[in-house]
Design a protein around this ligand. Structure first.
Ligand code: BGC
Ligand code: IFM
Length: 817
């Protein structure tokens, strides 16, 4: 069952009914000012940091879900009938409803009893404000006397404090209303640097700024007293809960429309502003007024929206494909690319599943997010790499997270996730392959942000590998530390004085547990660094890394192979995990993907055998589960993984992040049908018709889909902010479609489903544009046998980089078996 449809022409998902299984959200903002917005206008906004500069308040895990947002109320002043044009929060019946989530904007349209309202929400480029453009139309054949109310609830900036520190916060709230503009200035007294404003294009007939005055005592957002009686009370908040609400009256003749624009924004006083002497308690609105006036004009809004559309045309123009599969095209051309950029901007901070309070930027996560947007925003990828690398420690180790505002490592979480450093090598290598910009390798980058400790980025990469080599366990495999990619595989438990084992959340680098996953990742990273060393003319270092990769490959083959698949790990006591010897957790997906990606077992057939085991034991119609059999009880020696009920999260859930590793591995061994089949099983668009089962948004990947052991098998959770976005993008574009940047050019090496006759693509690469056509007889399998670049035959499948500005025609032919 579906709740809407894709409109590929306008690049929108069109939700046709408001009561989606969960709030289906979208993001506003592309630079500094961001917001989440659901299909019923729920959500909140913040400036740069979802915790520290939260503009509007949101209550998590609410009942009903998703109350609190960017609300408008319409009231028919002749009858007293009132409703929400976005359905929530009044949930009064609408005769018509449609929400269009587009690229950084959302449009919600509805009608009730002959009154139509359409609201466009977006954040203009370069601004720290959001625009709501409401168009109200009287479709009746009689005049209509209407009231339109706006409503937002202000957050007192630090969202954590706002949700907990009531003894203080009930007394600090302050607002000011001037010329119809509502200013939220809590904290202004002591800091004098930032405030919010909420303005309306029509001089309001009334306003409210105190929540209780607007709602009435013991009432919720579904039945505000001001709306019910058709008149605001003019309340000015002192303490308690500041809100912003305008009341405007609209008299509309039959067929008449009126546009009312609201602007909600964030302002900081210019540094050293002479109008803001120290100690001043007067709000400095001088620099804000012209901005507000500008954005309240319909022409400005129309232009600003057109600029946003053009911005997305540019971004998404970096890669466009046309394949026989609509779900592939729309994910690659629109939604998957969009999600990759959202993960770049938001990391893991704010979604329906991330509170915006908890997490910094992950070292591992951010390096992987890079893989999905480096072809679109290479300069931003460069900056991000240097930020991440500057948090690395001299040992090569990494803080697991860093804080976006300070860009410093987060001590609360510390280090000891022993896979972390290796992701930096993979991130940098992706950047080099995309851009060819070797200068980044010579950039001086400090350790742990300590001035004076700078070494080249290249040296950081060397330390990353050394970190693994300095931490090998009894089998010569890398020590896992606290955990590897699988955060919940915590194998280093210790015995206390009574001899009883216990789990530690402390850095456990002292433990003995080893990871086959990290071993595979090390082989991959060592090969990448060997390629980079060769590029820099350092043959001894190249040889050193190739030898290290080979040695680790040998160790994996000797100690990491279980007979039909790669083992997962060795625990603290030296017992294998992910082995036929175990009663549960016999086979895990991660090492099968990572080892094959790294080239382990390709020649001796182990890779193909491991992938057959995945197909036999882990693949379900809803995707590939993380491991089998699921753990049926808590096991202290395995840690958090076994705390989840079977089928959820790391205990045998379907991680959309690891599935693409298997797709890539299948492509590597030449199995296009299987790779593509796995791709479609978790492709959100291909799952759209299962929306009542999947429940999350059908336009973006979720972190996890419940595995076969869960009663809710097929239900997705944790949509939007996940490494699944980048990795699925890489799997389909670089391995199935085979358009793969390498250090010396663009590889065209598709591994397609047999039934396909080929596909076409346009890809920007190092400043040139490649118009690519891949042809193959339908029904045939196999790889490219003939490559023509601008009509000239080229040996192999590598297209050398063309000069910037060139348009290059590439024809690849799979003659097929
Ligand atoms: C979960 C996080 C959790 C982490 C470490 C991840 O799988 O998504 O919520 O904090 O594991 O336990
Ligand atoms: O690898 C992690 C990721 O960094 C955060 N979410 C869960 C994944 C698996 O544990």
């Amino acid at each position: 069952m579906r709740y809407g449809h894709f409109d590929d022409r306008t690049r929108e998902y069109v939700i046709e009914r408001p009561d989606t299984p969960l709030p289906w959200i979208n993001y506003l903002g592309t630079e500094e000012y961001f917001g989440l917005i659901s299909n019923t206008a729920g959500g909140y906004s913040f400036y740069r940091d979802a915790r520290l500069r939260r503009l509007t308040r949101y209550r998590y895990n609410n009942a009903p879900l998703d109350v609190g947002g960017r609300y408008l109320y319409l009231r028919d002043d002749a009858t007293g009938d009132y409703w929400s044009p976005s359905w929530q929060p009044t949930r009064r019946d609408l005769d018509d409803y449609e929400c269009r989530h587009g690229l950084s904007y959302t449009r919600i349209a509805s009608a009730r009893r002959g009154i139509r309202a359409e609201t466009l929400y977006f954040v203009p480029l370069g601004e720290t404000l959001e625009v709501w453009r409401a168009t109200v139309t009287n479709e009746r054949d009689t005049p209509a006397e209407l009231s339109l109310f706006s409503a937002v609830e202000f957050c007192l900036w630090d969202a954590q404090d706002d949700a907990t520190n009531f003894q203080r916060n009930f007394s600090t709230g302050q607002v000011e209303v001037d010329g119809g503009v509502i200013y939220h200035k809590t904290e202004y007294r002591e800091r004098r640097d930032h405030f919010a404003y909420f303005a309306c294009s029509q001089m309001p007939d009334g306003f409210d700024t105190q929540r209780e005055a607007f709602l009435g005592a013991y009432r919720g957002w579904d039945r505000p007293a001001a709306v019910e009686r058709g008149a605001a009370s003019g309340s000015v908040a002192h303490g308690w809960s500041p809100i912003g609400s305008h009341h405007v009256r609209l008299s509309l003749g039959p067929g008449e429309s009126r546009e009312v624009i609201f602007v909600l924004g964030y302002a900081e006083n210019p540094r050293g502003d002479k109008f803001d002497p120290p100690g001043s308690q007067t709000l400095n609105k001088r620099h804000v007024r012209p901005v507000v006036e500008h954005w309240l004009r319909p022409e400005t809004v129309a232009k600003g929206f057109a600029a946003l559309t053009a911005h997305w045309d540019r971004l998404l123009g970096a890669l466009r494909v046309s394949t026989p599969d609509t779900d592939t095209d729309r994910m690659v051309n629109i939604w998957n690319a969009y999600q990759c950029l959202v993960t770049f901007n938001l990391s893991r901070s704010a979604s329906s599943f991330e509170s915006g309070i908890g997490r910094g930027m992950g070292f591992r996560d951010s390096n992987q997010d890079l893989l999905g947007f480096v072809h679109i925003l290479p300069e931003r990828a460069r900056e991000r790499i240097l930020d991440i690398a500057a948090t690395q420690m001299a040992t090569g180790g990494a803080y697991h997270q860093y804080q976006p505002l300070t860009k410093r490592g987060n001590n609360d979480i510390g280090d000891g996730f022993n896979d972390d450093p290796l992701w930096l090598v993979l991130g940098v290598s992706a950047y080099l392959k995309e851009t060819g910009d070797q200068t980044i390798l010579d950039e001086p980058v400090p350790f742990d942000n300590e001035p004076g400790s700078e070494v080249s980025l290249y040296e950081h990469l060397r330390r990353s590998l050394q970190y693994t080599l300095d931490r090998l366990g009894p089998h010569g495999l890398p020590l896992i530390g606290r955990a590897d990619w699988n955060d919940c595989l915590n194998l280093n438990c210790f015995s206390d004085t009574s001899g009883e084992p216990f789990q530690t959340t402390q850095n456990a680098t002292g433990g003995q547990a080893e990871s086959v996953f990290i071993a595979g990742q090390f082989v991959l990273a060592a090969k990448e660094l060997a390629g980079i060393a060769a590029l820099r003319g350092r043959p001894e270092e190249e040889a050193e890394y190739r030898a290290a990769a080979e040695k680790m490959t040998g160790t994996v083959t000797e100690h990491g192979w279980d007979g039909a698949w790669f083992r997962r790990a060795y625990d603290f006591y030296g017992y294998p995990i992910g082995s036929g010897e175990n009663d549960e957790g016999q086979i895990f997906v991660e090492p099968q993907g990572m080892c094959v990606l790294a080239g382990v077992g390709r020649e001796d057939g182990l890779a193909a055998r491991a992938l057959d085991s995945v197909a036999e034991r882990l693949a379900t119609p809803h995707g590939i589960v993380l491991q089998q059999p699921a753990y049926s009880s808590y096991r202290i020696e395995l840690g958090e993984i076994s705390t989840y009920p079977p089928g959820y999260k790391e205990n045998a859930g379907i991680f959309c992040h690891t599935n693409p590793w298997i797709m890539i591995a299948e492509a590597i061994v030449g199995n296009g049908d299987r790779a593509f089949d796995y791709y479609r099983r978790i492709n959100p668009s291909a799952r759209e018709q299962l929306s009542e089962v999947h429940r999350c948004e059908p336009y973006v990947y979720a972190q996890m889909i419940a595995g076969r052991d869960a009663p809710t098998h097929g239900e997705a959770k944790n949509s939007w902010l996940t490494g699944a976005a980048a990795w699925n993008f890489v799997a389909v574009t670089q391995w199935i479609l085979g358009l793969r940047p390498e250090l010396s050019g663009l590889r065209v090496d598709p591994v397609l489903p047999a039934a396909w006759p080929g596909f076409t693509a346009t890809r920007a690469y190092r400043g040139a544009t490649y118009e690519i056509t891949v042809r193959k007889p339908a029904g045939a399998t196999g790889r490219v046998t003939r490559l023509l670049v601008d009509g000239e035959r080229v040996e192999g499948t590598l297209v050398p980089p063309a000069p910037a500005g060139a348009v290059v025609r590439v024809e690849a032919v799979v003659e097929g078996a």
